[in-house]
Design a protein around this ligand. Sequence first.
Ligand SMILES: [Fe+2]
Length: 278
Amino acid sequence: MHAGGLDNLVQLDRDHPGFRDATYRRRRDDIALIALGYRSGEPVPEAPYTPDEHGVWATVQQLLAPLHEAHAHSALIELGLALSMPATRIPQLSELNPALTEATGFRMEPVAGLVEARTFLEHLGRGIFLSTQYIRHHSRPLYTPEPDVVHELVGHAASLLHPGVAELSLLFGRLAARASATELPRLVSLYWYTVEFGLVREQGRIKGFGAGVLSSIGELRRAVGLDPGASIRELDVEAASALPYDPTDYQPRLYVASSLSGLLEGVSAWLDEGGWTD
Ligand SMILES: [Fe+2]
């Protein structure tokens, strides 16, 4: 037993890079306990990170920064600069929240791990982004089979400063709260292929926009054609809403919108018009 009194609170798959690492699993449990003890609206408690965990963050940041410079949409680069996240240590959610709240009213609250899609989206509808705090295993700094703090902060935080992204997130969330069991998967897939994995054109070039693209070196390289493997189509909201996805592997299909505003306007118009309803 460790300090939290619960062994293996966090379940990892056998093929998870940290499956056989008892120290990592204890860290995952300890960080999960912070979220499990948290009540919405309270000040967000700090996750006490180890030097090794800060090191994983620094490694990923070092590799991602030049890729972002070249291949992320310029609006997100600018918003990322405004957040001024440290390069060599994992920032706390509580450090970022004042800027998010001031810009768009959003805040990040801790969550122990993956939550149900409806729960995640419903929180978005109330201006709350549920964020994990743990970091991926040090043996595979470029890979995580599940959202970690790199994904949440490098992928999502800057975009939540963008009024259009915040507005769209609120809309997804409000609709998810009342979606039927057959309607919900359409909202979830569309969210996946736009906010999570969307690409946008900027001055004729494909740029990364979605959090899953911006937080993954492999996904970003594939998305902009540096590596092969992604089939990229023009954004078709109806088709994206009907396409299932596998969150554990590279995305074989990505959609590119004509522009950032084109993505935001096209998706919200389709949602407003009820394209997702039965
Ligand atoms: Fe995400």
